[in-house]
Design a protein around this ligand. Structure first.
Ligand code: FAD
Length: 384
């Protein structure tokens, strides 16, 4: 069901992108994603070129082999990808909105030429290293540092929870320097640079998450991103990725809702489909309302972004509201499926567990709450 018919507001091109991505997810992802999740793997090398061929990597960026699509088109693609799995959307977000966007916004012409066309094609993969073992919500206090040595840079430190870390050909690493925070392009295989995967995750299992270690990593002068100094560099990239999340989570929630509706109509107890009970209908109606509101929020923010008018506070609003809505929908859907709701035979518990990560990464729900709190009161409450 889609009572509000939000997609009627999309253009023909946006609907075409929706249908294309939905088909690819149905054919290539849904038959396998339960197994990837169970085994804790993500086939980045195989899916990268396929997603590249579809123009989904850096699809909202202009030039350098990128598709140059609208923000809404990109959002719709994120929604359909995350209806498959949040790990899939994370892969695309990190590649396009974090790693490629950093190079596109702040890189030199040579850096753009070297990396962006191959990254858009999915032949080269990127990751984005901001978070550290001891610095998450407060990245401005990062410990990783870079010092000049002649014309070279020497980097030391560690980055934690880095999506695509061990499969990336290039890591965008943010480090403190005497001039402020700078971004560096660290190619895989650079001496002193290593990436090892984080195991035993119970969320986003179909996604590579790594720790990066930088031990006297020597880089040439032209490894630095010349276009930005300061925390605004990584934060502006995060705003791009959060935008993808506020769409993507609508897809994850929708997948759970659809599973719940189907189950409610076919599962019988007390001689009737469980969907005939008022309590079940109340849950389904509430999910419909939550997803309709989330879908409208995403579309509104997308249109603002395409008009060049979106603010970081609006993106925080969308990330906060839509992740929460999707997680609530997933939890409600889980109850509708009863015991079956806890198995990988259905998508619900996988999405539900994934959304716990989505609630935390790209700014936790608490941090986005405080962003809104500051917008409302004018008083920043991040620090004591
Ligand atoms: C699966 C996964 C993938 C990720 N991928 C990436 C990636 O590709 N690149 C990257 O750089 N990072 C990545 N992250 C890291 C993510 O961005 C951080 O986990 C997030 O920013 C929170 O940091 P933290 O986990 O250190 O929590 P902390 O910052 O230690 O926070 C712990 C708790 O304290 C709360 N808190 C902190 N400060 C305040 C405050 N001022 N007021 C109120 N509450 C506060 C938080 O909201 C949270 O509830 C990923 C994380 C996960 C789980």
């Amino acid at each position: 069901m889609d009572v509000l018919r939000v997609d009627d507001q999309l253009t023909d091109e946006e609907r075409m992108i929706r249908d294309t991505v939905r088909t690819v997810v149905a054919e290539k992802v849904l038959p396998n994603v339960g197994e990837w999740f169970e085994r804790g793997v993500f086939p980045a090398r195989e899916l990268g070129p396929e997603l590249g061929k579809l123009g989904l990597l850096g699809m909202h960026l202009q030039g350098y082999g990128c598709a140059g699509m609208s923000a809404v088109a990109y959002g719709v693609a994120c929604r359909e990808l995350e209806a498959g799995d949040s790990g899939l959307r994370s892969f695309v977000s990190v590649q396009g909105s974090l790693a490629m966007a950093a190079i596109h916004k702040f890189g030199s012409e040579e850096q753009k030429q070297e990396w962006l066309p191959r990254m858009a094609a999915g032949e080269a993969l990127g990751c984005f290293g901001l978070t550290e073992p001891d610095r998450g919500s407060d990245p401005g206090d990062m410990r990783t540092h870079a010092r000049r040595d002649g014309s070279d840079w020497v980097l030391n430190g560690a980055k934690m929870w880095i999506t695509n870390g061990s499969v990336a050909d290039v890591a965008v690493v943010w480090a403190r320097t005497d001039e402020g925070i700078r971004g560096f392009l660290v190619p895989a295989g650079t001496p002193g640079f290593s990436a090892s995967d984080i195991h035993r995750k119970l969320s986003l299992r179909a996604s590579v998450t790594s720790e990066l270690v930088l031990d006297d990593v020597r880089l040439p002068a032209d490894a630095v991103l010349p276009g930005v100094t300061g925390l605004k560099g990584p934060l502006s990239c995060l705003s791009e990725a959060r935008y993808g999340i506020l769409w993507g989570t609508v897809g994850a929630g929708r997948a759970c809702y659809e599973a719940a509706v189907e189950y409610a109509k076919t599962r019988e107890q007390f001689g009737r489909p469980i969907g005939a009970f008022q309590l079940t209908q109340e849950k389904l109606a509430w999910m419909e309302v939550a997803l309709g509101q989330a879908g409208l929020t995403a579309l509104h923010i997308g249109r603002l972004k395409d008009a060049g008018k979106v603010t970081p506070q609006q993106v925080s609003f969308g990330k906060l509201a839509n992740v929460r809505a999707a997680l609530d929908v997933a939890r409600q859907a889980r109850t509708v499926l009863g015991a079956n709701g806890i198995t990988l035979e259905y998508p619900v518990i996988r999405h539900m567990n994934n959304l716990e990560s989505v609630l935390t990464y790209e700014g936790t729900q608490e941090i986005h709450t405080l962003v809104l709190g500051q917008a409302i009161t004018g008083i920043p409450a991040y620090r004591g």
